[in-house]
Design a binder for this molecule. Structure first.
Ligand SMILES: C[S@@+](CC[C@H](N)C(=O)[O-])C[C@H]1O[C@@H](n2cnc3c(N)ncnc32)[C@H](O)[C@@H]1O
Length: 213
């Protein structure tokens, strides 16, 4: 469940940091301001943190450098191998948003960058319900990910990618499970969160969801 992209990430792991650094023109705008975005998310997080889809541990590293205790979950073995080298201080477990080890630690922040869109709508809903149960009373979910404002916005981004000759990006935008803003807002509200959204580059949004009373 929610694991269909793992082979892709095993193959991408060794060149992933080049992509987020802007070396692949096709994905440059997707990761525009990557380091600053992750720094901002890291500062917003409250320790102890549970991070999903740690990838090569770029966000993990920033949170650990801020003296936060981070428990990471990552399904790709290649990503985990690199993450453990780059951030040996963090505990990084095999798992995914829906299946991860029973962790005894209280969790005040659940964070993730560029990963939640790998879940289908029903998987996202189930994960958000689990986040609410897993978090402490003052807990929050803080995500950065691509989402679409609405159908027109989705069509516009796909068209622009095609016109630029970015056919892989255009395909990703159609085939991965990037949500519409209203759809994901409703999922958080139904699960008992107060949620806010802020667009931080052409594709990425900061999503902050606080556990309600
Ligand atoms: C685009 S990378 C983002 C990595 C890192 N968070 C960053 O900001 O650079 C997406 C990551 O999500 C992981 N992933 C894919 N499906 C997942 C799932 N169902 N649950 C958790 N992580 C998943 C991938 O293996 C990959 O490491």
């Amino acid at each position: 469940m929610g694991m269909e992209f793992v082979d892709l990430f095993n193959q991408w792991a060794s060149s992933y940091d080049d992509t987020v650094a802007g070396k692949d023109p096709e994905y440059r705008e997707v990761f525009d301001g990557y380091e600053e975005m992750l720094e901002r998310l890291a500062k917003l997080s409250l320790s102890p943190v549970l991070e999903f889809g740690v990838g090569t541990a770029n966000l993990t590293r920033k949170m650990v450098d801020q003296n936060k205790v981070v428990l990471g979950v990552e399904p790709s073995s290649e990503m985990r191998r690199i993450a453990k080298v780059k951030c040996p201080e963090a505990a990084i477990y095999e798992g995914n948003f829906l299946e991860y080890p029973m962790l005894q630690s209280p969790i005040r922040s659940i964070v993730s960058s560029f990963a939640f869109h790998h879940l289908t709508s029903s998987e996202k809903k189930a994960a958000i319900v689990d986040f609410h149960q897993r978090l402490e009373e003052d807990g929050q979910v803080i995500f950065i990910d691509t989402l679409f404002k609405d159908k027109d916005h989705k069509s516009m981004l796909i068209k622009e990618a095609e016109q630029a000759g970015f056919l892989n990006l255009a395909q990703d935008l159609q085939e991965e499970y990037y949500p519409y803003l209203e759809e994901i807002k409703e999922m958080f509200v139904e699960a008992g969160f107060e949620v806010s959204f802020e667009q931080i580059n052409k594709y990425a949004w900061l999503i902050q969801a606080e556990k309600g009373e």
